[in-house]
Design a protein around this ligand. Structure first.
Ligand code: PMP
Length: 312
């Protein structure tokens, strides 16, 4: 089985590092009631290189894991510090010295009362990944045709997107498969009010007349760690104005640039939405500036943003 699907050779499970192929549970487990996080560690100095690794946004990611657990009635029986040590141990066991994706997962153990479970699995798989960032990375400029999904983003008053539950991703699956069936590279959700929400696994930012605009948390989005960092650094470090407000579908069509942002998506430029090509230049100049600066932050080269990094 490929590593992309199966994870790295070792993962951490319920207290110790184990071979991933031996990290097995019963098919009767209520895995679908689980939650997770997606965290990355990048190479110091140059995101396309190898060497010493730093977590980006460890603290806000792990805090969100605890919030997702609380919302879903799950209890994490380790401390936040123990989770960090466990992740370190797993990365070490795999011998990684290039960029790593880490996905802590918590779910109820099989037993009576699946919604009221008192025992839980804690597993930390890891993967290597290819970054879209880094100077001259040819993949950054790939064309990406997006469509507005006919599926709406799950509502905060039904299945809250602010908690990172696996169940939320059934919604993302519907939109992704629709986009693939119609020949698009990806989908953007509207919320239940009809305003632009987010992508299937990342937040969205648009650029119009030199200003970055991104939907608010009340537009049924995940409270993205990356989005939070971007809201902070885009105006302060780059001097580019940024506004958090609702965006209409037609405003999205009229954008000069748009990109997805998230731990997985990093900065993913969007070429067109519903076949409306955005702006004159692709990838757009502001998207490119943001991506270059973010990649410097991830590599630890921006002194005042080093507090977002934690050595592995
Ligand atoms: N929205 C969704 C639906 C996501 O799955 C993700 C990835 N976690 C994001 C946004 C981006 O969040 P973050 O920046 O915290 O990774």
């Amino acid at each position: 089985m490929s590593e992309a699907f199966h994870g790295a050779e070792y993962c951490w499970m319920n207290g110790s590092v184990v071979k991933t192929e031996e990290a097995l549970v019963s098919a009767m487990e209520p895995i679908y009631l689980g939650i997770f996080e997606g965290i990355k560690a990048y190479v110091e100095g140059d995101v396309l290189g190898s060497g010493k690794l730093n977590f980006i946004g460890w603290r806000p990611h792990i805090d969100r894991l605890w919030r997702s657990a609380a919302v879903n009635g799950l209890k994490i029986t380790y401390t936040k510090q123990e989770m960090q040590e466990a992740t370190r141990e797993t990365i070490k066991a795999n011998g990684f010295d290039t960029n790593v994706y880490i996905q802590p997962r918590i779910w109820p153990k099989a037993g009576k009362g699946r919604y009221l479970a008192t025992e839980f699995h804690v597993v930390i798989p890891t993967w290597k990944f290819d970054t879209l960032l880094g100077r001259g990375n040819p993949r950054f400029g790939d064309e990406r045709r997006y469509m507005v999904s006919s599926w709406r983003r799950i509502s905060s008053d039904a299945l809250p997107p602010q908690a990172k539950s696996w169940a939320n991703y059934a919604n993302s699956g519907l939109a992704t498969r629709e986009a693939a069936r119609l020949g698009y590279d990806g989908a953007i959700f509207l919320d239940s009010r009809g305003f632009v929400s987010e992508g299937t696994g990342a937040c969205i930012m648009t650029v119009r007349n030199g200003k970055v605009v991104t939907p608010p948390v009340t537009a049924s989005i995940l409270e993205s760690v990356t989005r939070g960092y971007f809201i902070e650094f885009i105006p302060r470090d780059l001097g580019i104005p940024l506004e958090v407000r609702d965006i209409t579908r037609v405003e999205l069509y009229a954008s000069d640039e748009a990109f997805l942002c998230g731990t997985g998506g990093e900065v993913t430029p969007i070429t067109s939405v519903d076949d409306n090509r955005l702006g004159d230049e692709y990838p757009g100049p502001i998207t490119t500036r943001i991506a270059e600066h973010y990649s410097e932050i991830l590599a630890g080269n921006v002194e005042e943003r080093r507090e977002w990094l934690t050595p592995v």
